[in-house]
Design a protein around this ligand. Structure first.
Ligand code: BG6
Length: 489
């Protein structure tokens, strides 16, 4: 079903994100017939490019992305997509270009959705917002989209929220966390709240602990200057991992509506206890072990060009949620770059049965629910059965395994990627999968003391081999609790 007519202006239209994510996502929606004929896309950036130059840039970006590698099922629609695209050279801090943009767009009207995508650094949010209002380009229906990083601590996030709030209502602001646009992340809510099976057991009475792993094989290549100031805590934990934690731990919202869902997520973040320093491990990737394979031959410090960098590319931590449902059930989170495998998984470890009728020889068995977010999306439930054969009542664990690709046939490959879904949600005016200002602030309020603690203690991250499962201290964190990580080992 096509979305409403819209004008989308992408500030930062020549940037990396626009080329790798935003424009390919729009192209795929175009191929799916979801963009109405009258929809217009305007790239805006400082570079003096002609419309034709920009169209060539977009064409090259589509070819460089996976679109040329088979996603272009519709084939040959690049020209009709490019026909929608315009370009204007605009400087956020100068007068240049704004008059032309005003002429191109005209005054906002009720029958066209107007979206300004701020795909630029946060320093430009305020100047852009001011120019938009000074040139009469917005009304109270206009929407803006902003990307992470949304600040680098609580104070800067509050300042950004204040800046945006002085120009736009919260209902007009769409803060992107692309993890929320992932099909399987939304499936977390479907699994929890669409089945009777899980929810009655989803609490500390039945759940021993929960692990969330987001492991990457890529390093920081190409993004060193951003990443070295940020690190895994700000880049991944404060946003993506906390969003996953919220979806796993939140109470059932009364309905699937933006504020109902976001209210519940916020309550989880606010119930998080401060993390004890000995419950967190930082790591930084070193060179791979000889013979470990892979063609990566740079350590983190070599990549960022600073032999003394103490930025972490890995974090593992134990978190506690102080509320009725979760008191006593720890949540272990870990994420890192240059690890042995790309794997995002959630493991829900259920408690042992309270009494074994089969005696001590049967061993200890407990159910484990694994939700694989990427790759090979699916669910596995480990269940205990009798070992076949005449050897008496011996128990073994077997998986009840479901891969979404197998269960749903080819459809899963055609599922829109995160940006496709999120951009169409902006046009439809649905904020459910976007972060509210208070959520982002609460997340920083939890991570700030962790980062401040590292700074005041002069903490140096533990080196780990590229291609490994991370620093040994992260395993110790688990072993101290008589547990083990599950997922990428
Ligand atoms: C981004 C981070 O937000 O998410 C990157 O800035 C990270 O460092 C990326 O690589 C991971 O996203 P995905 O979709 O590949 O899991």
């Amino acid at each position: 079903i096509p979305v409403q007519a819209f004008d989308l202006v992408i500030f930062g239209g020549t940037g990396d994100l626009a080329q790798r994510k935003i424009l390919p996502a729009l192209y795929r929606r175009h191929c799916a017939g979801q963009l109405p004929d009258t929809a217009r896309i305007i790239g805006a950036a400082r570079a003096e490019l002609s419309r034709r130059d920009y169209q060539s840039l977009v064409r090259a970006a589509l070819q460089a992305g996976d679109i040329s590698a088979g996603k272009d099922a519709a084939g040959g629609q690049v020209d009709s997509f490019l026909a929608r695209i315009n370009y204007l050279a605009i400087d956020a801090t100068e007068a240049e270009g704004w008059q032309t943009l005003a002429q191109t767009l005209g005054r906002p009207t009720a029958d066209r959705v107007r979206v300004f995508y701020f795909s630029v650094g946060p320093a430009l949010f305020a100047p852009l917002a001011e120019q938009i209002w000074a040139h009469d380009l917005a009304d109270d229906q206009t929407r803006i989209v902003v990307e992470k990083p949304f600040g680098h601590d609580l104070a800067s996030a509050k300042a950004l929220n204040r800046t945006l709030a002085s120009h736009f209502d919260e209902s007009q602001i769409y803060r992107i966390d692309h993890y929320l646009g992932k099909e399987t992340v939304q499936n977390l809510m479907a699994i929890r709240f669409g089945n009777m099976l899980f929810e009655p057991l989803w609490n500390s009475q039945y759940v021993d602990h929960i692990q969330v792993t987001v492991a990457e094989t890529v390093g920081v290549e190409g993004r060193a200057s951003y990443y070295d100031k940020s690190g895994a805590m700000r880049d991944m934990v404060q946003n993506h991992l906390m969003q996953l934690l919220c979806l796993i731990a939140m109470e059932p919202p009364a309905k699937f509506d933006p504020d109902a869902v976001r209210d519940e997520k916020l309550k989880v973040i606010r119930a998080l206890e401060p993390v004890e320093p000995h419950h967190i491990v930082r790591g930084q990737y070193a060179l791979a072990q000889e013979g470990a394979g892979g063609d990566e031959d740079q350590s983190y410090r070599e990549t960022v060009g600073d032999p003394r960098s103490s930025t972490e590319s890995y974090v593992a931590l134990k978190a506690h949620i102080s509320n009725w449902r979760w008191a006593g059930t720890p949540f272990y989170l870990r994420t890192g770059k240059r690890l042995v495998a790309r794997s995002s998984v959630i493991n829900v470890f259920f408690k042992d049965a309270p009494h074994s009728i089969f005696g001590a020889d049967a061993g200890r068995h407990a159910n484990l629910l694994t939700i694989r977010l990427q790759p090979d999306e699916g669910i596995t439930l480990k269940v205990t059965i009798k070992e076949p054969g005449p050897g008496g009542m011996r128990l073994i664990d077997v998986p009840l395994d479901m891969s979404f690709a197998q269960a749903l046939g080819a459809d899963i490959d055609d599922a829109p990627d995160a940006y496709e879904r999120l951009i169409t949600d902006v046009i439809r005016g649905n904020q459910t999968l976007f972060m509210r200002g208070d959520e982002v602030e609460a997340a920083w309020a939890w991570t700030d003391p962790i980062i401040a603690g590292w700074t005041s203690r002069g903490d140096v991250p533990k080196p780990y081999d590229s291609g490994s499962t991370g620093p040994g201290d992260a395993d110790l964190l688990m072993r101290r609790d008589q547990r083990d990580w599950q997922g990428i080992n």
